[in-house]
Design a protein around this ligand. Structure first.
Ligand code: SF4
Length: 493
């Protein structure tokens, strides 16, 4: 178990803290075995086409706190994701009946001369300007490669301005160059929230924290029936709400890749128990997750009744979808734990998962428990996945693989990946809302969307006829892992 230390300004990157990797090819069972042995080792790529950045993932969580502002202490190019997060923020406001407002995102616009003379004065001026312009209840400063390399003392600026302005000015250290695992940025955002926003509990409440992105509010009914109240964090929270997440009765993570650090931090520092179980995707995962929820919330009897009822009403409906989908082939590309959950879901529906390209791998989560290991749960419950690839969005590998396996459907979790399936004429399904497929009902919802996608091939068929690939025939004939070096097994077994 990693020890959360809020005395230090930065959280350790996932490579160091959890031993996470971005390169692997083999079978899922080999990866699980290797992970649980504690000897996993990164296979490195000699060619990398693209990378994500921790700064973007930190921003993803901080940018939708309703009454906070974010100052990106960076060259202006690092702000290219402001637009897309503002779009998500605006759509989420409509879904939640919140007044429409733009995200309060700012950049210090670090320039060449600043990298020589330092940019802390510019940062101070920007934070004061933001405070006077938008009157936020907190300002987060996200760092960048440039501010990290020139060594600006962002923590000192934040502390001094907290005193001067009377609201929390919070440094969030998320320089892109520091970690290959861009989900480290989630941890950076949560570390800054737990350090500087969350207060010790006044009393325990019946609230249950749900660490999620900006998904639908599917937990309200279930928790209400159990006498609890759902508290969705971090996007769309207010600063005041975040101050009191230490008072909750439990923490649910919609995806351990997202919430591993915050779940562990709240448990270790404030005794808020984290639900340690594979997330509720597929029947077996949902059963296990509900039972753990019932145990932690002291509602075991009610949960058993709920499970019995759902099995009676929903499992026969799932059976009908299975008959329609049995034997169809699928390929998955997604972030780690959610990708594993999607594999569980597809297997539950009888699809043959031919392989998966999953963006990174955490051999263990911050709670130190292998019970939360979704991939291990999938392998144990549904059997092995032969062509399992840990691939940080390297499109050249993905296209090569898809061109070989040609699945009936590709399931993607990120917008930038869907076009590769579509260009090859493979029906591709993208669902951004993790909650959509959660629980028993989620299996039905997802099955319906898969059938719709399989029934509407016309668009991708035509697209494939009229589009070209940037990859040559030569590359498509090569081993997709030609640039992936090192042997994770040879050195660990
Ligand atoms: S922080 Fe670094 S890696 Fe991230 S966008 Fe800026 S320059 Fe790129």
């Amino acid at each position: 178990m990693s020890k959360v230390n809020i005395e230090v300004s930065e959280v350790q990157v996932r490579e160091v803290r959890l031993g996470s990797i971005t390169g692997f090819e083999g079978t899922a069972s080999e990866l699980v075995r290797c992970s649980h042995s504690g000897k996993i080792k990164e296979c490195t790529r000699s060619f990398s086409q693209c990378m994500g950045c921790s700064s973007g993932n930190a921003f993803c969580q901080l940018s939708m706190i309703q009454d906070a502002a974010v100052v990106n202490h960076a060259p202006i190019g690092c702000s290219n994701d402001f637009f897309s997060f503002n779009f998500t923020y605006r759509v989420g406001q409509m879904e939640r009946n919140l007044p429409p407002t733009n995200g309060r995102y700012f950049s210090t616009d670090i320039r060449e001369e600043d990298t020589i003379f330092g940019a802390t004065k510019k940062l101070e001026d920007t934070v004061r300007e933001v405070f006077n312009r938008v009157h936020p209840n907190a300002i987060f400063i996200t760092t960048s490669c440039a501010s990290g390399i020139i060594g600006d003392d962002v923590e000192k600026v934040a502390d001094d301005l907290t005193e001067e302005l009377g609201i929390p000015i919070v440094a969030c250290f998320c320089e892109g160059f520091k970690s290959r695992i861009w989900t480290t940025g989630f941890d950076s955002a949560y570390h800054s929230i737990v350090r500087k926003i969350v207060k010790p509990p006044r009393k325990k409440t019946n609230k249950v924290n749900i660490i999620n992105f900006w998904g639908s509010h599917i937990f309200d009914d279930l928790l209400e029936k159990l006498g609890y109240e759902a508290n969705y964090i971090v996007p769309f929270s207010t600063v005041k709400e975040l101050e009191h997440i230490s008072e909750a009765s439990a923490t649910i993570q919609i995806c351990p890749t997202l919430g591993t650090y915050l779940g562990a931090a709240l448990e270790q520092i404030y005794d808020v128990p984290e639900i340690k179980s594979p997330p509720a995707y597929g029947i077996s995962g949902t059963d296990a997750w509900l039972r753990e929820l019932g145990r932690v919330l002291d509602r075991e009897k009610e949960i058993e009744e709920y499970i019995e009822n759902a099995h009676k009403n929903i499992v026969p409906k799932i059976e009908k979808y299975r008959e329609k989908l049995e034997g169809k082939t699928a390929y998955v590309t997604a972030g780690a734990a959610h990708g594993h959950a999607l594999i569980a879901l597809l297997r539950e529906l009888g699809l043959n998962v031919q392989g998966a390209a999953i963006f990174h791998h955490d051999p263990v989560y911050d709670n130190g428990s292998f019970v939360s290991d979704v991939l291990a749960h999938v392998v144990k419950t549904y059997g092995d996945i032969k062509n399992y690839n840990v691939c940080n969005k390297q499109a050249y590998e993905l296209v090569n693989i898809l061109n070989r396996v040609r699945p009936d459907i590709m399931i993607a979790r990120h917008g930038g990946m869907t076009l590769w399936g579509a260009k090859l004429g493979i029906p591709t399904l993208l669902i951004g809302d993790e909650q959509f497929s959660f629980g028993y009902e989620g299996i039905l919802r997802y099955a319906e969307r898969i059938l719709e996608t399989l029934d509407n091939k016309e668009f991708v068929t035509n697209l494939a006829k009229h589009s070209t690939m940037p990859y040559t025939k030569w590359w498509l004939q090569q081993d997709p892992f030609s640039f992936l070096g090192g042997d994770v097994y040879a050195e660990t077994y």
